[in-house]
Write a protein that binds this ligand. Sequence first.
Ligand code: 5AD
Ligand code: FES
Length: 371
Amino acid sequence: MERGTLRQWLRETDDTRLAELWAAADATRHAHVGDAVHLRGLVEFSNYCARECHYCGLRASHADIERYRMSADEILACAQAAVRFGYGTVVLQSGEDYGTSARWLEDVVRRIKAESPLAVTLSVGERRPEELAAWRAAGADRYLLRFETSNPQLFAAIHPGHGGRLSDRIALLRTLRALGYEVGSGVMVGIPGQSWDDLVHDLETFQGLDLDMIGIGPYLPHPQTPLGREGPQRIAAPEEQVPNSELMTYKMVALTRLMCPEANIPSTTALATVNRERGRELGLQRGANIVMPNLTPPLYRCKYEIYPEKACLHESAEQCHGCLLGRIRALGRPVGTGRGDSPNRRRRVEPPAAVSALPCAHPSRSESDAK
Ligand code: 5AD
Ligand code: FES
């Protein structure tokens, strides 16, 4: 899609035109990834974090939260619950916690892979390539690392470096791909200082990286973080500042589906937080095909407060499971079975003959495939 068209859609306010965007995204979702909604069980296994992201409630210097680390056995129990609930994937997420050694996490991944048919997704921050390689060798299938914004100045302004080096998440995403992971990334919408053109560039970056999974949520100010407390250091001109609204997030989800037809796109917890009644459903009707029921034991999950009033903070795994099944069924969509691998990945690992038989997702795909 042309830049001018993307800009227009992002600024569109007319309900009739927007209904066309939702319909186009929904039809593309149906054609490329089908109607099934895949469930990924989320285990937030540690809220320790070594980093100081300016917007995140888990940042190292936020002293007001009680820190926890789940044991390997507790994580395994969550994985067993995922199997019982019929989920195909377990997502192990934490802050960037160097108190969990690479070896420890490697053992956890190995145990889950030995004891269950689950796909394992890791979302544990910017770790060293050797660690990423060790987890991949232990059987981890997928890795999530949002680049948050493709604007390098804005990224640097809200992500202090660590251990004397600045982050390069785009480079890390390429490393993950080279290691054979299914790679997921994403952004927040409406970060103070984020412009409309930044979002256009985010969409182009999703496409250029040929991502397997793309998570998008509104930026939600956390009052105990520098960005939530003091606002931006870098202020976009008012007419350039993107709102952190629910509607803006749906537009990004829908355009992402049109730009990356085969990607797995979750209807995120942040969307469910800004609209508890309908956020997940509207995400699923405007391009998304994945939801991530929370499996974290209630004792811990209330301490994983990345932003305030996070949805599902006080529910149990059973409650989230029942709630999401009900919502998916009410939409008339089937619940996915199996691992729900991204069609992108299937295309990459299948022999060339099979590849050419697949419908061409997007003309620029072949370019990015060459990487
Ligand atoms: N508002 C919205 N999303 C947030 N995240 C972290 N802090 C916030 C916030 N204040 C998102 C980031 C991160 C993911 C785990 O949660 O995009 O990658
Ligand atoms: Fe930990 Fe942001 S402070 S991920």
